[in-house]
Design a binder for this molecule. Structure first.
Ligand code: NDP
Length: 329
């Protein structure tokens, strides 16, 4: 009897330990659920895809417990994501347990181009549907990079058609500001289920976050490390860096790393972080943030780094009427 009780206690602890590492899901306003942590797959503007680096990263990520992969037509690696997903599905992962997000590029903003563009992404991904399709930017452009002034409200109507056809389970927007989302809602159109924008310690976007909470829109945070790594920080980037003594103290307290502390902070704000890595150990490390919680004074310190500093201002689109961000003085 005593042994049975002990065995029961041990099993309960083990179950709890496994549960505490499981990524929770958030409810979307269209009824679907979205895993609250995603792998990023953008290689950067100056890196050409080499062949299977993203395929490897996505495979490692799925092995490590990621179920949500963020990609885009513009990243030119949808085919690699598709190969990794196909491989994992052959190995027994269920397609319906994976959540694949991709994005409509700026060159396909005309309403009747949205569905064909999504079909092209689906072909690249070798999938019959994506879980989430986002308008990548509110700004349209032609292939020669001149501006296309198509109203993003028209693009949104095309997104709704893609959802109605079952090609995307959920639809949302990326890099839209509050006013631009309000404009979609004022047309009486369905609300975006997700907004994806830059969020990191230097750009925490508290008012956009509370707006989204009020409207039931889930926020995904891209470039979650911001300027944390000296190799990525511009000269004018505010602190902190990864070797910041106060952040190291917090990391040591929980036996975690500074990147993990920043990801945990975003998770606790209710934001879905999208860390990108091609490195197996970092991919595994980044998702291991569901077994501890930050204290209030630690959250206060992390909040104090918010300086409204943007790492991806996309100034080349500054003169487009739908440029979404605050303009430099
Ligand atoms: P991130 O903030 O994710 O930083 C990525 C960099 O951090 C890489 O150099 C990576 O190196 C490094 N890194 C990752 N984990 C660690 C770690 N634990 N320790 C040390 N270094 C680490 O930047 P991204 O700009 O890539 O943003 C993430 C994702 O968000 C993108 O990949 C994309 O999916 C999405 N995104 C969306 C945008 C949009 O317009 N909607 C715009 C920008 C990004 P390495 O790979 O060598 O391991």
């Amino acid at each position: 009897m005593k042994e049975t009780v002990l065995l029961f206690v041990a099993c309960a602890v083990l179950t709890h330990a496994a549960d505490s590492q499981t990524v929770p899901k958030l409810k979307l306003l269209d009824g679907h659920e979205i895993p609250a942590f995603a792998l990023g797959t953008w290689l950067g503007n100056n890196t050409k895809p080499a062949g299977h680096e993203v395929e490897d990263a996505v495979s490692w990520a799925i092995d490590a417990g990621y179920r949500h992969i963020d990609t885009a037509f513009a990243y030119r690696i949808e085919d690699q994501v598709g190969r990794a997903v196909a491989k994992k599905v052959t190995e027994g992962v269920r397609r319906e347990d994976l959540f694949i997000t991709t994005k409509l590029w700026n060159e396909n903003h005309a309403r009747d181009q949205v569905v064909p563009a999504l079909r092209e992404s689906l072909k690249n991904l070798n999938l019959s549907y994506v879980d989430l399709y986002l308008i990548h930017w509110p700004v349209g452009q032609f292939s020669n990079r001149t501006f296309d002034y198509t109203d993003y409200v028209e693009t949104w109507r095309g997104m709704i058609e893609a959802k109605q056809l079952g090609l995307a389970r959920s639809i949302g927007v990326s890099n839209f500001n509050q006013r631009q989302i309000d404009r979609l809602l004022e047309q009486g159109l369905q609300a975006p289920a997700v907004l994806q924008v830059e969020i990191n310690l230097n750009l925490q976007q508290p008012s956009l976050l509370s707006y989204c909470k009020e409207k039931g829109i889930v926020l995904m945070g891209y470039t979650p490390f911001g300027s944390l790594f000296p190799s990525k920080a511009r000269a004018d980037a505010p602190p902190p860096r990864v070797d910041d003594p106060k952040l190291l103290d917090i990391a040591n307290k929980y036996n975690k790393t500074v990147p993990q502390i920043t990801l945990r902070y975003l998770v606790e704000l209710g934001i879905i972080p999208i860390p990108k890595s091609l490195t197996k150990t970092r991919i595994e490390q980044n998702i291991a943030v569901f077994d501890f919680s930050l204290a209030q004074d630690e959250r206060d310190l992390l909040r104090s780094y918010d300086k409204g500093y943007r790492t991806i201002p996309q100034l080349k689109w500054l003169d487009h009427p739908y440029y979404p961000f605050e303009k430099p003085e």
